[in-house]
Design a protein around this ligand. Structure first.
Ligand code: C5P
Length: 219
């Protein structure tokens, strides 16, 4: 039986990709399935936490016992998360937020023309960095997905975004990461601890992450 060791923890989890629309039917996105974030939300619920799951477009069903807020774009995700932030004691930011969006979203679908087109992109706000700037006593967990220099880059993000923990995913390893059921991650902690976890189901990774959320919560 799962211990209710997170009873009363007020937790926001973000999950899934975002969609950045060019027009009503075309968007920029990424292959995030949402599984890692959903696993965190479900594991936390099982341990007694109150969970708000802010989810980009995924094919996963809403988990029971979790308040689900559905969003599409990074700007919508930011709004939804900031609205819950005053309430929250911890945030696990597992969403694969698009770094850029088209400068404009056309109201109508454009007819095709036989010519090159240039798409101008503008940067999306870094939601997690913004949360880090007004962290208070909250526990903040981020994810980093890297193809190289993972440890250095993840450490840099941990510091820059004022996090307690960052979960490093390797993009180019088979059978883990985007879309898969298992994950092989490294946990980098604020105090310098580094834990290389073996390949395991995402639900188990979720519990390891939550063990640290518990350690930092009200610490
Ligand atoms: O800087 P990078 O995008 O690699 O950082 C990844 C972490 O930051 C993830 O936890 C992701 O959810 C979060 N993030 C965010 N807003 C963005 C981009 C990333 O909150 N615009």
């Amino acid at each position: 039986l799962t211990p209710k060791d997170l009873e009363g923890l007020k937790l926001i989890v973000s999950a899934g990709p975002t969609r950045e629309y060019l027009d009503p039917v075309r968007f920029l996105s990424n292959p995030s399935s949402g599984r890692m974030g959903y696993a965190v939300a479900e594991a936390a619920r099982d341990r007694g936490a109150e969970v708000v799951l802010v989810a980009g477009p995924t094919s996963l069903p809403d988990p029971w016992g979790v308040q689900v807020v559905r969003v599409e774009s990074a700007l919508e995700m930011r709004e939804a998360i900031l609205a819950q932030y005053p309430w929250a004691e911890a945030v696990v930011m597992a969403a694969a937020v698009a770094d850029y969006r088209p400068e404009t979203t056309l109201a109508d679908k454009e007819p095709k023309v036989e010519a090159e087109r240039i798409l101008r992109l503008v940067p999306n706000p870094d939601i997690l960095k913004e949360l880090g700037e007004k962290k208070g006593d909250r526990v903040l967990v981020g994810f980093a997905m890297e193809t190289r220099e993972g440890l250095e880059r993840a450490r840099g993000k941990l510091v820059r975004k004022n996090l307690d923990l960052i979960v490093l995913n390797w993009v180019n390893r088979e059978g883990v990461g985007f879309g898969s059921l298992e994950n092989e991650v490294v946990l980098l902690l604020r105090d310098g601890r580094v834990l290389e976890l073996p390949r395991m189901p995402k639900r188990q990774v979720a519990h390891r992450i939550l063990d640290f959320v518990k350690e930092f919560w009200k610490a």
